[in-house]
Design a protein around this ligand. Structure first.
Ligand SMILES: [Zn+2]
Length: 220
């Protein structure tokens, strides 16, 4: 997973997705059944990841793998459209996740990875913040929306690992001092190389945090 380069696949993925959405706006991303983003049967068969991965010195918990079409469908719906339906599906997955009890054992300060303010205004919502609130509702801690994105970084899909690291370096800043006694859990929708999460984690440790882990819905 580290340093993987798939610029052609990544460059094609988004237009293909948009085209499918335009043609079949209400189809299940797994089987094509109508009138839902993902049907019950496909969601029940979603692959879970039960162990955290170590990415660039950060423990990253992910619920599932981005490669599964049902997962891509839900992430896309959370970002670009049917947010309540996607959020409900993710809440279900959180409740069924084998690592849920382990995650709940720590009273985390749950920190969404912020978007740049201009981008968030354009999109209308930050999916990482929606996920942070879902985690809090699932009993994993309290939301602490403490990070700012101080630099616009653009899309990273065509960049390799080293380019991503340079792109997101110093992109985040904490609004306040962090509590050195607290455990912080960074939250984002998808992790690829971990460059964004690592940069956000550095902003927290620069502010005084001593324990930082990360959670994403999907791992690419
Ligand atoms: Zn289906």
């Amino acid at each position: 997973m580290e340093g993987r380069q798939r610029p052609v696949v990544d460059a094609l993925r988004r237009p293909v997705r948009w085209l499918l959405d335009a043609l079949f706006p209400d189809a299940c991303a797994g089987c094509g059944a109508e009138r839902t983003i993902v049907c019950d049967a496909c969601w029940a068969a979603m692959p879970f990841m039960s162990e955290p991965q170590r990415l660039a010195e950060l423990d990253v918990w992910s619920v599932t793998r981005f490669q599964a079409p049902v997962v891509r469908g839900v992430v896309h719906a959370l970002k670009y459209g049917r947010r309540p339906e996607a959020a409900a599906r993710i809440a279900e997955a959180l409740a069924r996740h084998p690592a849920a009890d382990l995650l709940r054992a720590t009273p985390w300060r749950i920190v969404p990875v912020p978007m740049h303010a201009a981008r968030e205004r354009r999109r209308g919502a930050n999916q990482a913040r929606t996920l942070a609130w879902l985690l809090a509702e699932a009993g994993c801690g309290t939301v602490d929306d403490v990070l700012l994105r101080v630099r616009r970084t653009g899309t990273q899909t065509a960049l390799d690992r080293a380019q991503r690291e340079r792109n997101v370096k110093d992109a985040f800043r904490s609004r306040t001092f962090a509590d050195p006694q607290a455990a912080y859990l960074l939250v984002d929708d998808v992790v690829t190389t971990g460059a964004t999460l690592t940069s956000a984690a550095r902003a927290l440790t620069d502010a005084g945090a001593t324990r930082v882990a990360a959670w994403t819905f999907a791992a690419d």
